[in-house]
Design a protein around this ligand. Structure first.
Ligand code: ADP
Length: 259
C-alpha cells in the first residue's frame, strides 16, 4: 500500500532521510522509532505527500506520488481523505467555534450531506467521550481532550492510512492507555512515531527504526530489536559505558531516558 524506494530528503544540505526503502501493507500497524532529529516527522510528511522525495520514489497503492500527481485535483481529494496525519501538538489547528463544527469541518469541505455529517460526528464524539462538549469551544477542553478531538477530526474522514506523530507526547498515563487500546482495535493502516521504547512495544507489531545516520537500521519485531544491543546503540537508544573492576574491564549498556 505504501512503498518507498531509496527515498532521500535533505533540508538545505542537511541529510535527514537517507535511502529509505519500506513497504507497508494494508492493515499493518507500524511503529517508527528513532531519537529526536532522526527524521521521523520528515518521513511522515513524505508519506502524507506534504513534501516529495528528492531522490527515490514513493508509491501509494501503486500510484507514484510526486509534485505533478498532487496537482490532479480529483486524486488529491481522494488522497487527502485516505491518508491523514496527526501532527505533533495538533491543537494549534483547532479553530472552529464549537467542537461539533470542528468535527464537521472537513466533512463539509468534502460536500457531504448534513445527515451523514451529523451521524459521523455523533458517532466519533461518543467513541471519544466528547459528546458532552459538542456545543463548547475547543479551547475550553483539557489537553487530553483536545488531542482526542484532533484525532477524531481525522477519523471522521474514515481514512485508510493514519499517520501519528508522537501522539502520546503530551498525554497523561490514563489517556495514553486509552489511545493505545483504541489504536489496537483500529482497522486502518497506522504508522506511529515515537522515541519511547516501551511505548513501541505496546503499540506496534512491526518496528521500524531510524538510526542516527538517517537510514532504516531495523525492520522487524519489537522483541527482537530489544535483544540486539548493537542496533540499539546505532539507533542512539543505548549508551555504552566501560569501567574497570580490579583487572577486569566491564561493558555496560544503559538505556537513554526514553523508558
Ligand atoms: P524527528 O521527527 O525524528 O525528531 P525531524 O524529521 O523532525 O526528526 O527532523 C530531522 C532533522 O531535520 C532535524 O535536525 C531538524 O532540525 C531538521 N528539520 C526538520 N524540519 C526542517 C525544516 N523545515 N527546515 C530545516 N530543517 C528541518
Amino acid at each position: 500500500m505504501i512503498e518507498l524506494k531509496d527515498v532521500c530528503y535533505s533540508y538545505e544540505g542537511e541529510v535527514v532521510l537517507k535511502n529509505i526503502s519500506i513497504n507497508v501493507k494494508e492493515g499493518e500497524k507500524v511503529v517508527l522509532l528513532g531519537i529526536n532529529g532522526s527524521g521521523k516527522t520528515t518521513l511522515l510528511k513524505v508519506i502524507n505527500a506534504l513534501i516529495f522525495p528528492q531522490k527515490g520514489f514513493y508509491f501509494y497503492c501503486g500510484v507514484k506520488i510526486d509534485k505533478s500527481k498532487m496537482k490532479d485535483r480529483d486524486f488529491v481529494k481522494s488522497f487527502r481523505k485516505d491518508v491523514v496525519l496527526l501532527f505533533q501538538n495538533p491543537d494549534v489547528m483547532l479553530f472552529n467555534p464549537t467542537v461539533y463544527d470542528e468535527l464537521a469541518f472537513s466533512l463539509r469541505q468534502l460536500g457531504l450531506e448534513d445527515k451523514e455529517i451529523k451521524e459521523r460526528v455523533l458517532y466519533w464524539a461518543d467513541k471519544f467521550e466528547l459528546s458532552p462538549y459538542l456545543d463548547k469551544p475547543p479551547f475550553k477542553l483539557s489537553g487530553g481532550q483536545k488531542q482526542k478531538l484532533c484525532l477524531a477530526c481525522l477519523l471522521v474522514l474514515e481514512p485508510k492510512v493514519l499517520l501519528l506523530d508522537e501522539p502520546t507526547a503530551n498525554l497523561d498515563p490514563k489517556t495514553t492507555g486509552w489511545l493505545v487500546d483504541f489504536l489496537y482495535d483500529l482497522k486502518a493502516t497506522t504508522i506511529i512515531t515515537t522515541h519511547n521504547l516501551s511505548l513501541a512495544g505496546e503499540l506496534g507489531e512491526r518496528l521500524l527504526v531510524l538510526g542516527e545516520d538517517h537510514t532504516i537500521i531495523y525492520d522487524g519485531r519489537v522483541e527482537d530489536f530489544l535483544k540486539d544491543e548493537e542496533k540499539m546503540l546505532k539507533a542512539g537508544l543505548l549508551h555504552k559505558h566501560k569501567h574497570k573492576h580490579g583487572e577486569k574491564e566491564h561493558t555496560h549498556y544503559h538505556l537513554h531516558n526514553y523508558l
